[in-house]
Each structure stands twice: as structure tokens, then as C-alpha cells.
Design a protein around this ligand. Sequence first.
Ligand code: ADP
Length: 165
Amino acid sequence: MPTPHAVRGDITQARVAAVVNAANRAMRGGGGVDGAIHRAGGPAVLRDCVERFPHGLATGDAGWTTAGEMPARWVIHTVGPNYSAGERDRDLLASCYRRSLEVAEEIGARTLAFPLVSAGIYGWPKGDAVACAVETISASTADVDEVTLVAFDDATLALVEQHLR
Ligand code: ADP
């Protein structure tokens, strides 16, 4: 498994096989990166969510849908723990990265881009969210070629680069 690399940008525009979405348990869209992915992908993403995940997904789990109109082929939706609501089990956050990588391997997505799961609206402290992402991706044995961590702003990019060194 290659170590992840970092870029700053909008994950919806990433030229990868699969983009990962920081979804919620209902899987019917939301704010932050989830909203951006549903807007960029168009109605096909929600249609697929409803069809494939009628009961949503559990925290720490992941599942795929089409990416609709985005450059990627798939969205891998994962549900991070809501730190602000008291969900602070770090293994659940690590599980989001592990499960997403497993799903990528299952569908044959060789390149994927992750946002910082739980580090926005869900309030996971950013430094630890970055550490958890880098550790878990680096330790994975999933058969994929390239993993990108997408930071949405310069400060977050600097933080990710610091952890990768
Ligand atoms: P959560 O609810 O899991 O915290 P958020 O979407 O609120 O998810 O935030 C997760 C991370 O994704 C945050 O660091 C946020 O800044 C970032 N983010 C938001 N929109 C985008 C985007 N279009 N591309 C990449 N990262 C994004």
C-alpha cells in the first residue's frame, strides 16, 4: 500500500476512480463535502443511495454508488463518528478509512481520494483526524495504486504535509 499524498482542492473535481464521501447514516445528502458531492454528481448519486442503501449505513462502515456527473466513476460513502455529538471512538474513525479501502479493492477502484472524514461539521479535532487518516491508510493492505488526501484549505494542507513527513 503506498503512503497517501496530499493535495489542496475540491474533491468533487478529483481525477481518480473513486472519491470518498463523508456521509451521514441516513445517506440522503447533507452539508459540507456531502452536499458538494451530491451537487456535482447530480441526482444519480441520491437515486443510487436510495436504491442500494434503503436503511443507510452504520457509523464506521462504507459503501459505493455511481459518481454521476463527476470525473470519478464511483463515490465511496463512509459515515464518520460525530465527535460533536459525543461519538469519540477513534477506532470508528479508523474504520471509515479501512472500510473505504476494502470497498475500493472490491470494486477495482485503483485510485482514490479521501476528504478528512469527521473533521468538519462532525467536529473531530483536525490534528488527530489527520493523524488517524495517515496512520490508517498507511497500515492498510488493500490492493489499490494511489491514495490522495484532499485538504480543502491551505492550513489543512500544511497540517497533512506535516504528518506525512
Ligand atoms: P463531517 O460531517 O464528516 O465532519 P464535512 O463535510 O463537514 O464532514 O467535513 C469533512 C472535511 O471535508 C472538512 O475538513 C471540510 O473542510 C472538507 N470539505 C468540505 N467540502 C469539501 C470539498 N468540496 N472537497 C474537499 N474537502 C471538503
